[in-house]
Design a protein around this ligand. Structure first.
Ligand code: MG
Length: 423
């Protein structure tokens, strides 16, 4: 067993992520809808925006500052394959946390016990507490995990998220007749992640083993062991994926593994002036089209200020730096380069991250030339470069009322905003 990833000495909790259930019924339903079938089709492996469902929780937990590391618990027969998959996912989208994998057991409580046995037991990685989370709850937020972690770090032996119950709950007899109606005000529907002080949880699991307790969550073990269990506010969105109808939640864009992104770009070019050498003067290009009669623009590439702003907006979406880093103007290879090449490369980087531009809003700021007659063609060309419908691209043109360098007709600037969605 090895611990992979980096160690952060300021974190004190580990998380155990349970992905060890058999969970095949719902996966078969997805397979019948054209999803993946076979041994890959356990519920916790269902695809959520390009990654298995359990990865969504791992990503969420990785954003919790108090967490020091993560244990993934998988079915014994999948352990090798899933360990390789986690390594692959972590290489592509690093968790920034050490992680380990282990095999689960027959019951949920067995899987938790085996996960706890995999925690580092001494040295700098030793932990004081643990969050236990079900991979079948992929929509739990990092804020919820922080709330639970904070309660444990504040000394609660057990802290669990709970929601007030809105349905009236009945207890029923074996013959389906009602036995009792508990007072709804005193009921809570509980969720994961559940947080525990490690020593107390380990002791409770040992007693459960020794005395044959059967429970459906770890909080129940702690209750039976005599510990006070604190309920913190849960989340409506933190549903457990249980039925085939829940599959629709997985494909909802708002439940995407990643939030939408917005990139912003800005660029300026000087016009050829009386004292400038004309070696780098270019005929005006804007948005990939020639602007006849426009002033000449000084540039290393073709000087398309609008496409440069657009490139930077795309690089903003991709968190990939700026156009100067990618295409230095000291590099002869980019001499008089059509700026559509820069847009294409930035777009490739956005897509490589799993994002797709859905909208672009661009503004050119110049006193001269008059751009009104060219706006529609610029927008159409940009739409083509971004492979978007023309209705998803807007190009505006404005002056600065004679003020500043654009007002003095010494140059031109442009700004661009690009919105991108996962997918
Ligand atoms: Mg430029």
């Amino acid at each position: 067993m090895t611990t992979q990833g980096s160690h952060n000495p300021h974190r004190f909790l580990w998380a155990v992520l349970l992905a060890a259930g058999s969970g095949t019924r719902i996966a078969q339903a997805q397979a019948s809808q054209g999803g993946k079938a076979g041994s890959a089709a356990r519920k916790q492996y269902l695809d959520v925006h390009g990654a298995p469902m359990f990865w969504r929780s791992a990503r969420t937990l990785s954003r919790v500052q108090a967490l020091q590391g993560l244990i993934f618990v998988f079915p014994q027969q999948d352990l090798e394959r899933m360990t390789a998959l986690v390594a692959e996912l972590d290489a592509g989208e690093p968790l920034g946390l050490p992680w380990r994998t282990c095999a689960g057991g027959a019951r949920r409580q067995d899987s938790v016990r085996l996960g706890l046995a995999t925690l580092p037991s001494g040295g700098p990685d030793a932990c004081q507490g643990v969050l236990v989370h079900d991979a079948a709850r992929p929509f739990a937020s990092a804020a919820l995990a922080r709330r639970v972690a904070q309660a444990v770090l504040s000394g609660a032996a057990a802290a669990i998220p709970g929601l007030a119950v809105t349905d009236t709950i009945k207890t029923v007899r074996a013959d389906d007749t009602v036995q009792d109606t508990p007072d709804r005000a005193a009921l809570r529907a509980v969720q994961t992640p559940q947080g525990f002080l490690l020593a107390q949880l380990l002791a409770a699991h040992q007693r459960a083993q020794a005395e044959g307790w059967e429970v459906t969550d770890d909080a129940a073990l702690m209750e039976r062991a005599g510990h006070l269990v604190l309920v913190v506010p849960g989340e409506e969105q933190n549903v457990k994926i249980t039925t085939p109808a829940d599959l629709a939640l997985l494909s909802s864009p708002m439940n995407g593994a990643k939030p939408p992104r917005t990139g912003w770009g800005y660029d300026v070019h000087r016009y050829l002036g009386p004292n400038d050498a004309s070696a780098q003067a270019r005929p005006m290009m804007l948005g990939g089209i020639a602007i006849p009669g426009g002033p000449q623009v000084l540039a290393h590439s073709d000087g398309d200020v609008l496409l440069h702003a657009l490139t930077d907006a795309l690089l903003g979406v991709a968190c990939a730096g700026d156009i100067g880093q990618l295409f230095p103007d000291t590099d002869a290879a980019f001499e008089n380069m059509p700026s559509a090449v820069f847009v294409a490369e930035a777009l490739r980087r956005v897509r490589a991250l799993g994002y797709c531009p859905v909208h672009a809003d661009l503004t050119v700021i110049a006193q001269i030339p008059r751009l009104g007659p060219h706006k529609a063609r610029m927008a159409a060309q940009v739409a083509q470069l971004l492979e978007l419908p023309p209705s998803a691209v807007n190009v505006k043109a404005t002056t600065e009322e004679g003020l500043g360098f654009t007002g003095e007709k010494r140059g031109i600037k442009a700004v661009a905003v690009v919105t991108a969605m996962p997918g």
